[in-house]
Design a protein around this ligand. Sequence first.
Ligand SMILES: NC(=O)C1=CN([C@@H]2O[C@H](COP(=O)(O)OP(=O)(O)OC[C@H]3O[C@@H](n4cnc5c(N)ncnc54)[C@H](OP(=O)(O)O)[C@@H]3O)[C@@H](O)[C@H]2O)C=CC1
Ligand SMILES: C/C=C/C(C)=O
Length: 329
Amino acid sequence: MVKARKYIVKQPFVGLPKREDFEIVEHQLPPIKNGEILVKVEWVSVDPYMRAYNGRFPTPYDQFGFNVGTVQDSKDPRYPVGRKVVTHKGWCDYTIANASSETDRVYKLPDLKGLNESLAVGAVGMPGATAYFGLLEICKPKAGETVVVTGAAGAVGTVVGQIAKIKGCTVIGFAGTDEKCQWLQSLGFDKAFNYKTVDASKVLKEAAPSGIDCYFDNVGGELSSIIISQMNVRGRVAVCGSISAYNDTSLPEATILQTYLVFKQLKIEGFIVDRWLGQWNVAFADIIGWIKSGKMKTQEHVTEGFDNIYDAFVGMLQGENTGKAVVKI
Ligand SMILES: NC(=O)C1=CN([C@@H]2O[C@H](COP(=O)(O)OP(=O)(O)OC[C@H]3O[C@@H](n4cnc5c(N)ncnc54)[C@H](OP(=O)(O)O)[C@@H]3O)[C@@H](O)[C@H]2O)C=CC1
Ligand SMILES: C/C=C/C(C)=O
């Protein structure tokens, strides 16, 4: 019998999630049954969707999310002892998973060719696939076009901007500190602006005098309205998320965008990365190749310790991370 720990969400979040919204529960895992594996978790991911999806589930629920671990015991021959796996079993130190369960979402760790295993919840995981398919399938950027990305210094945004550079675009990022903006420029972004201090409308007119062709929207809100208002005819917007509003308790006032959508004939499309679930490996192979060849750089914001997952989560929502926020268990 293995003693395990996990985080349970006890009550719906109101505004920024509070420590008391969670409870750490210690429990004995039963012996595994046929088709199950026992996994020792090594890396846990903290992501914005854990906030965004909170209202959809009745409480209490086990905090879901991707993690990386090693199979310790197995009654599934596809996943022998020692096999590295990704699961969606969330914030826990040991877990029992079933690879045939849609919610457990077990898959073999991709061949990372020597890269850090934690990347399997970042650039070579769900966030990387989000960037890859959202940009390439919805924005469809062409060489020479101008791409803007918000949330640019985060897990998804850093990959979006670097893929756009690889595709020959001019890339403008928005992020929440001057340090993040300097780092983005060191990655090859043509311009990066601190959305908290600049006049976004003004800096965009200067940085993209011929207008914006593609916008990868991670944040929503007024910043996105300003960006969309400066798009070129037939511009494409991939709406990935709206983190600026996840902690809001009331609907904010909104700029009317229809004028721009109509007269600029914009295409604006929301998406969930699972649309391309069967093709994630294609994204992972390209991203691993770009990292190995030096065309793409990754950075992680690592928090140590199971007891600190809540702090890592709230820190990420408040912008403490540069690159992907992960927790080492
Ligand atoms: N559609 C899909 O399938 C998916 C969507 N997403 C979405 O992509 C977005 C980015 O996720 P991810 O890369 O994992 O997270 P990040 O690594 O970017 O972390 C979140 C970042 O959001 C920024 N942020 C917080 N509050 C605000 C605000 N009020 N305005 C602007 N930015 C803010 C912070 O950076 P800063 O310092 O710059 O403010 C923070 O670091 C989210 O909206 C998420 O929900 C993610 C995965 C899949
Ligand atoms: C799968 C993730 C979705 C969002 C909105 O973050």
